[in-house]
Design a binder for this molecule. Sequence first.
Ligand code: AMP
Ligand code: GLY
Length: 423
Amino acid sequence: MKVLVIGSGGREHSIVKACLQSQIVGEVIAVPGNGGISQDALCYSGDIADNSAIVSFAQEKKIDFVIVGPEIPLCNGLVDALDEVGIIAYGPNKVAAQLEGSKSFTKRFLQKYNIPTALGKSFTEVKEAISYLDTQKFPIVIKASGLAAGKGVIIAQDKNEAQKVVTNMLIGNAFGASGSEVLIEKFLDGEEASITLIVSGKNFINLPASQDHKRIGEGDSGLNTGGMGAYAPAKVVTPELFQKIKEKIITPTLDGLQNDGIDFKGTLYIGIMITNDGPSVLEFNVRFGDPETQVLLPLLETDPIKLMHDCANGTLNPVDVKIKDKSAMVVVIAANGYPENYLKGDEINLPDDDTLDNVQIIHAGTKVNEQGKLVTNGGRVLGITALADNLEEAATAAYSVCEKVEFNSKYFRKDIGHRQLKN
Ligand code: AMP
Ligand code: GLY
């Protein structure tokens, strides 16, 4: 089978590596890929937001199966466009992708089906939003409803700040069209975890629970990022808690989708806050998490590409799945300054592959420049991923490679996994 992977991040590099190990994949190519993906697969430039260009490319290259990594093409209906010409693609269709593309749509869905989530209300008019703030307690959470690359969520400490944020989003165009509707919701306290499901209608497979580290600084301080590191399985999701999540969140979500006539096929990532009152939905994503993918795919004994292909085909069989009895950790190495301003173009030196024992170097923001040198090309540059018998060993292995990676603006958090490792 000839597979096309769409995207250019760490998630897509992990998916390409899984393709190389898959029995069902004969050849893998990527659009647009990155510096690391280009060492593993042929990469072609292309605008992944242009459905007709991608469809023509897939036809021209005689692609059998497309795996769509990021949310933008999913929300743009790329899977629908490929389906129209008979090319099987992994990922939800445009209607189903609204679960990520519109936080207001999702809040209405969660409320309709009584699925636990923070109390919230959506606004398009600044006056109404500001009078609603007069009745609220602080801190409060303000979210741009549309896609904002993980940056559209602000926790406002007081009314003054909240008014400014709402005004900036609705009038000041802070997040462009994504902020033309805002969701104001109650602040929830607790520990976060993510549940990743491969869903095909009513059938689903749950991958190990994971925990991301969204803040840039150690001890979870500073600005929100796309994710600075993750590990799985996250033991904070005990079997009892998972049962509760299944009963109160997963089952009513899949039933609700069916009831609304939404045929969901693809990844459903559920961001959960574990509060004193139980698990509560923070967000849905309709694609694999980045960097969570880097720890989830290596934990699968079963071929993840086969699971994705079966899912897209409507033949997913949940009993077939085997998970390794191991732990995985990914430490993201970023360019200093991320998530604000940072330099690109730093030359990167990596340790030799044959010195890596159960460690994968996953590329995110890298490229090979005109001189053939590997250089930094984004905020999150690399994800050092280790698989080991337990989380302590995974951390030791991942951090020993982090120390050996060299580039000028290198920055990484030293405390990935801290919540579980302290116990
Ligand atoms: P989201 O993209 O909706 O998951 O939000 C990004 C991050 O903002 C989450 O991972 C949480 O850390 C935080 N967050 C979102 N909603 C809430 C909430 N209602 N209460 C507290 N923190 C939140
Ligand atoms: N790491 C969180 C996300 O992919 O949205």
